[in-house]
Design a binder for this molecule. Structure first.
Ligand code: SF4
Ligand code: SF4
Length: 382
């Protein structure tokens, strides 16, 4: 493992860290194995945003006796609602949730307190300049957090956080598709209605790309530690479903690590097989790492591609939206018995969607999850 400095925190972080969003549904043994394999291979930056209590407990067990080997990034601004992920800015709930996080991870502090998932200007103001920040500062004063981080999918918002002087680390979605052609353009009408911070004169991909470059320049100037999430765009980059010549995970990682502003990349590996694939990066030759041909051969249009991140939850009828769309996407490319079985195993099917629209305005990637539920209901007939 090579190590880089995490911006002005001065912390040394492995170039590849562990994102944990997809290991959440695995059994204890797999969670243990993923954590152990990551640490044994020198990964030391672990990011946790899921509020689900059972997952935290499992991870706490997996990390028992290993806390001093990792830098722990825990998120402030999440809560568990009916067993689902939910975002909140209510200080009392955030405080309770944060203490639950510390308890279940058997620790008295996080290294990075990530101010969670801020993609809109009104939310940015609430998070950085209101009671939410007062809580964050209080917890830091109490020694429960060493540094503040900020997670976002929006370059204009992330840039404002970088310029605020209040955060030391920013976690941002980056990968060859987003950074070669531009972000997935949010052409979703509902989101425009939510007054997201997209300058309407800048919705073409080149301008979005320029916004991202401006943001990276500010990170460099302010010495912000940049944590790259979504390096494989929810797996789309590694499949032939949208790309004629999909890159390997090694090429995606090398693309990101070639951006000197990036301190660490955090792929969300689901199991030890996926983690092994990521670790191939360190054994790869210069030729295997070379991504130049892939960049020029593909048209990097991932518009409408769900990242399966579940930031659109909670759903009032408890649909696991990310997993439902993942199965739908696979089924569209060829239905199999295995996909049908996986769909049947979902506790709540897309057919239960009551079309409340709550998920639509929460998606940071311009997807219409409600429509996708209707599509899934038609595809799986339930
Ligand atoms: S619809 Fe959007 S928020 Fe929901 S899982 Fe897909 S990308 Fe994530
Ligand atoms: S629109 Fe459907 S899937 Fe979305 S939150 Fe409402 S009930 Fe759930």
């Amino acid at each position: 493992m090579n190590y880089r400095t995490l911006g002005r925190t001065g912390l040394q972080v492995g170039e590849i860290g562990l994102g944990t969003e997809h290991v959440v549904r695995e059994e204890q043994k797999m969670v243990n194995d993923v954590a152990a394999m990551a640490i044994d291979n020198g990964m030391n930056y672990f990011d946790f945003f899921w509020p689900q209590r059972d997952f935290r407990t499992k991870m706490g067990i997996a990390l028992k006796g290993k806390r001093d080997k990792i830098l722990l990034a825990g998120h402030l601004g999440v809560m568990e609602k009916n067993g689902q992920y939910s975002r909140t800015r209510k200080a009392a709930i955030c405080e309770d949730d944060f203490h639950d996080f510390l308890r279940r991870f058997n620790t008295d502090h996080v290294d990075i307190m990530m101010l969670h998932n801020v993609d809109e200007i009104a939310d940015l103001e609430e998070v950085l300049y209101g009671k939410f920040m007062d809580l964050a500062v209080k917890l830091k004063k109490e020694g429960k957090a060493r540094y503040f981080g900020f997670s976002s999918h929006e370059a204009t918002i992330a840039q404002k956080a970088a310029e605020s002087g209040l955060v030391d680390v920013i976690m941002f979605s980056m990968n060859p598709a987003f950074d070669v052609l531009g972000h997935i353009a949010p052409d979703n009408v509902e989101q425009d209605a939510q007054k997201r911070m997209h300058d309407l004169t800048k919705t073409d991909s080149q301008s979005v790309l320029a916004q991202r470059k401006d943001f990276y320049a500010v990170c460099e100037k302010e010495n912000i530690g940049l944590v790259a999430m979504k390096p494989f765009a929810g797996g789309w980059l590694l499949s032939t479903r949208k790309l004629k010549y999909p890159p390997t995970s090694t090429q995606c990682l090398n693309f990101l690590l070639d951006q000197k502003i990036v301190s660490t990349v955090v792929p969300g590996t689901k199991n030890t097989d996926e983690l092994l694939d990521v670790l191939q990066f360190f054994k790869a030759s210069a030729e295997q790492r070379d991504y130049r041909n892939i960049i020029t051969m593909n048209e990097w249009d991932l518009s409408g591609s769900c990242m399966y991140c579940n930031h659109c939850l909670p759903c009032p009828v408890n649909i696991n939206i990310g997993e439902t769309i993942r199965l739908l996407d696979h089924a569209i490319h060829g239905m199999t018995d295995e996909i049908k079985k996986d769909y049947q195993r979902l506790e709540v099917k897309a057919g239960s969607c009551v079309s409340c629209g709550a998920c639509v305005k929460r998606c940071p990637f311009g997807i219409d999850p409600m429509q996708r539920m209707h599509d899934a209901k038609a595809m799986f007939a339930m």
